[in-house]
Write a protein that binds this ligand. Structure first.
Ligand SMILES: C[S@@+](CC[C@H](N)C(=O)[O-])C[C@H]1O[C@@H](n2cnc3c(N)ncnc32)[C@H](O)[C@@H]1O
Length: 339
């Protein structure tokens, strides 16, 4: 790369990820104590919610999330920022968090399109494993939509307290959704749908189900159960399912954290009764957002290889893919995945 081009790139990156300047609100007693508890008491599953928020906070040049820094907390922000800095120093082809940024933007775009496709009328968006997702505060397309956030009680409690502190002191934080209900539930228990309904979810209303960064943390049987429950719901209303799936090689990134996988979610979902299944990979035209310029980056490389391939031909490393999947429709005969 020429010196001039190198200099320009550095300047651009410096603009995108300047020195970390954290908001004062992070250091107020309430927020500081909340994050102390998260660091000492929460397991990796719950903490993953803060890591996602840190990613969104640091990719603020493409994602406007007014709550992300507060929800992420100082430790997560610093360690994520450090990873980005290292990637920059190593001239990495893909900077940490790019996949998260693309995924967030993909879900944002698909949620908006799904609501539009319902053609008016009251719609619902259910964020399963909502974590620190702040879409109810950042997506204008939700203005006529009831939003439900489902997660563990302590995750939602922490979020509520943080959002209250933010809205009390920051004037750019306000709800953009028509309404928001937080539903404390463990999705592996068999009563979460009932809890959702008790909170005002109406099965007959058009619904977008958002399963972002959730399924692979569940066991195979729990993930299948959740998908089947949503598929059953399709029989009573117009439904859009948006979910990301890890393929099998991706679960080797951490065998303790990641469990459920599907190499062919585009076959699995129709077998459960979903229709109009659309699968995208990071870097595809609808999952690009101008963030994956280098044709040699890992995502573009993976897209050029057959999906059945489990390891990269040049160095034998696992082909870790994340599939972004949209499905909808009215199921007829649910069947078990046979693959
Ligand atoms: C990686 S985070 C993703 C959060 C959010 N969807 C996002 O993209 O920012 C996974 C979230 O799923 C939640 N989760 C995982 N298993 C769950 C379960 N069995 N019941 C409820 N929530 C769960 C975790 O608490 C965490 O908030």
């Amino acid at each position: 790369m020429s010196e001039e081009k190198n200099g320009k790139l550095e300047e651009q990156q410096q603009q995108q990820w300047p020195e970390l300047k954290l908001p004062e609100l992070l250091y107020t007693d309430t927020i500081r104590k909340l994050h102390e508890v998260i660091e000492s008491d929460w397991d990796y599953l719950r903490r993953s919610a803060c890591q996602m928020a840190a990613g969104r906070a640091l990719w603020k040049h493409v994602i406007h999330d007014p709550l992300a820094e507060l929800l992420a907390g100082e430790t997560c922000l610093r360690s994520f920022h450090e990873k980005i800095r290292k990637d920059q120093c190593n001239d990495a082809k893909e900077v940490s968090g790019v996949m998260l940024a693309v995924r967030t933007l993909w879900f944002d775009a698909k949620i908006e399109a799904a609501i539009e496709s319902f053609g008016g009328g009251e719609a619902q968006v259910v964020l399963l494993g909502a974590g620190m997702d702040a879409r109810a505060y950042r997506l204008p397309c939700l203005k006529e939509t009831a939003v439900f956030e489902v997660d563990f009680p302590e995750v939602l409690q922490m979020k509520t307290t943080t959002v209250q502190a933010a809205t009390a002191s920051k004037n750019n934080v306000r709800m953009t959704a028509k309404s928001l209900k937080r539903v404390a539930a463990d999705i592996t228990d068999n009563n979460w749908l009932q809890k959702l309904q008790t909170s005002g979810f109406v099965p007959e209303k058009n619904t977008v189900w958002v399963l972002e960064g959730l399924l692979y943390y569940l066991s195979h049987s729990h993930a299948m159960e959740v998908l089947k429950i949503i598929a059953e719901n399709c029989t009573v209303t117009q439904t859009v399912l948006l979910a990301d799936f890890m393929n099998k090689p991706s679960t080797t990134l951490s065998s303790t954290m990641y469990h459920f996988h599907s190499d062919w979610p585009d076959h699995l979902l129709p077998s459960l009764g979903f229709s109009d299944v659309n699968l995208s990979q990071i870097g595809d035209p609808d999952a690009h957002f101008g963030l994956l310029h280098d044709p040699l980056n890992l995502f573009n490389k993976l897209r050029s290889l057959p999906r059945s391939l489990q390891t990269l031909p040049d160095d034998g490393t696992p082909c870790c893919r994340l599939y972004l999947v949209q499905a909808s429709g009215s199921p007829i005969k649910p069947q078990e995945e046979t693959m």
